[in-house]
Design a protein around this ligand. Sequence first.
Ligand code: IPM
Ligand code: MG
Length: 356
Amino acid sequence: MKIAILPGDGIGPEIMKQAVKVLNVLGERFELETADVGGAGYAGHGHPLPASTLALARAADAVLFGAVGDYKYDSLERSLRPEQAILGLRKELALFANLRPAILYPELAGASTLKPEVVSGLDILIIRELTGDIYFGKPRGVRECPDGPFKGEREGFDTMRYAESEIRRIAHVAFQAAQKRDRRVTSVDKANVLETFQFWRDIVTDVHKEYPDIELDHMYVDNAAMQLVRAPKKFDVLVTGNMFGDILSDCAAMLTGSIGMLPSASLDANNKGLYEPSHGSAPDIAGKGIANPLATILSAAMMLRFSLGRPEQAERIETAVKAVLAQGLRTADIYEPGTTRVGTDEMGDAVVKALA
Ligand code: IPM
Ligand code: MG
C-alpha cells in the first residue's frame, strides 16, 4: 500500500511526523513517500502543486495531507498561492466527496465555547461537495461591468453552478453514509434565492426516492448556521455544496472545542482519497512544537478505513486517541486546568504508546 505523504507548510510537517510515527507502529507494510506541496512546493519547485507531487498522489493508494499556506506566500499571484495545491489535488484527483465528521469526545466537553449540555455527545457528519460550485465555476475574474447601475466600472465575478450528475453523486454519498448512522439527512441550500440551489434541492429530492429508509429534510444555509450553534445534536448527516460546506464545516468543527481534533476525508468515486486535518497551517505557531497532531492522526485512521481496507487498524488508532485523552493529556488548544499540557511530539508519542 503506497501512501503519499504531503506535509505542506506551517505546522504541517510537525503534525505529519506524528501521524507517520503512528502508521509505522501498526505492523503493516506501508510504502510512505513524501513530497513538497503548497508553499513548500513553490519554494522547492516553483509551483504549489509540482508535477512530481501530483504524479505521486495519482500513483498512491491514498494521500495524507498536512496543511498549506504561510504569510510569506500571501502576495504571490493566485495561481501560485499555496491554496492552489489543495484545490488542484481535489480537482485533478476528482475528490468530489468531502467527509467532515464533528465529534465531541466526552473528555473535551469543557473545551467547547458552547454549554456542555448543548454539545456533549455531538456526532454529526458534514458532507461537502468538493469539486463544483462557485469554487471552480467559470467564467470568473475581474472585468468591465457590462450593464446595470455600475456599467463601465470594474467588477469582480464568479460563477455558481452544479451539473445534475454532480448533485446526484454527492446525494448518494450522503444517503449511503446516513444508512450507517442515524438515517437522517439534512440537505442545506439557498433555494429561496439561488437557481443553482433550487436545482440542488430538486435533484436531492429525486435521489431520495431511492432511499425510503432515510429521512430527508431541507434547510436554508442561514438557518442551518443558526441551528448548528443552537441545537447541533439535532443533525445527523448534513449535505451541502462546496461554498456552504466550507463555512458550515468550520462552524461545526468549533462546536467540538477544537478544530485541532477533526479529521477529514476527500474521496473520489472509487473511494481513493486524500485525508487531511480540518484545520489549517497555523503559521503563527509553526515550529513551536505546540500544535495538536490528533486531527492528522485521526485522518490517518480515516484513510485506513475508507481507502486502505483496514477498518480494524482505524479503530485501534481511534481507541488510542481516546485513551490519551482519558489520561488527561492535552495540547495547548484543548488544555483545561486539571489536565496535563503536552507538546506535539509528546502527544504523538503518547498515541504510539497507547497503540502498543
Ligand atoms: C478547507 C479550506 C480550503 C477551502 C482552502 C484552504 C482553499 O478552507 O479545506 O476548508 O476553502 O476549501
Ligand atoms: Mg475551509
